[in-house]
Each structure stands twice: as C-alpha cells, then as structure tokens.
Design a protein around this ligand. Structure first.
Ligand SMILES: [Zn+2]
Ligand SMILES: [Zn+2]
Length: 128
C-alpha cells in the first residue's frame, strides 16, 4: 500500500495518507472558496482511517460551521490541512498538502455539504 507524506506550510504538523483516495477534483463551493480565500479547492477524499497525523496533532485548530465539515489548519502558520466529513467517514486532504501524491483532477464539483455523484451524492457537477 502506498503512503504519501505531507504537512502544513511551516512543517509543525505532518501527516500521511495510505492507499488510494475515494475521489479527487476541484471544489467550487462557497464554503471552500471563502475559507481558503481561493477560487477553487483542489481536494482528495480519503477514508478517515487512511489519514494519520504523524506530528504536531496538538497544533491543529478546528472549525466547523456545519456538522458535515470540520476544517483543520495549523495554529502556528495558519496553513490549511484537511476537512473532515464525519458523516461520510471521509477526510478531504488538500492536494497541495501532499505534494508527493499524483493529483489528477477527475471532476469539477460544487460539493459543499453534498457529495459528488461519483461518490454517492446528488451530482451537482459543473461544466469545465
Ligand atoms: Zn504550520
Ligand atoms: Zn467545497
């Protein structure tokens, strides 16, 4: 099983993901855009137990506007790390956080608090 290592902007928080993601793409939803101050969010979704924090767990801050998305960042540098989606059992690891992972955007979605159809959601997929 492949493992990909990554971390936050300053390196205080390190994490590793194992295996294959459940999905990946670009999310255009308002939540991702506003939180990340970016036009889109490049995400990779993994089963929760495939994602391990290997260093600096105590440095991680969490904010949840809804009970579907727990957004996490490094309290030292402010760098974004992951968003946990507990009701799906999935964790979004931002593609930029795991530079070794061969990210390929398969879908453009507006998944916000819903899943892409490919992953069991309603399938509000945007035209490229
Ligand atoms: Zn940091
Ligand atoms: Zn989003």
């Amino acid at each position: 099983m492949k493992t990909y290592k990554g971390g936050c902007f300053c390196g205080a928080v390190q994490l590793a993901v194992s295996g294959e993601p459940a999905g990946m793409g670009y999310c255009h939803c308002d939540s991702c855009r506003q939180w990340s101050a970016a036009p889109v969010n490049a995400f990779t979704l993994w089963k929760t137990d495939a994602v391990r924090v290997t260093k600096g767990a105590e440095r991680i801050g969490t904010y949840n506007k809804t009970d579907r998305s727990y957004r996490k960042w490094c309290k030292d540098c402010g760098g974004h790390l992951v968003t946990e989606h507990p009701h799906w059992g999935l964790t979004d690891v931002y593609a930029a956080v795991i530079p070794d992972f061969p990210y390929q955007a398969g879908v453009h979605v507006n998944y916000q608090e819903d899943l892409p159809k490919e992953m069991g959601g309603s399938g509000d997929v945007l035209a490229e």
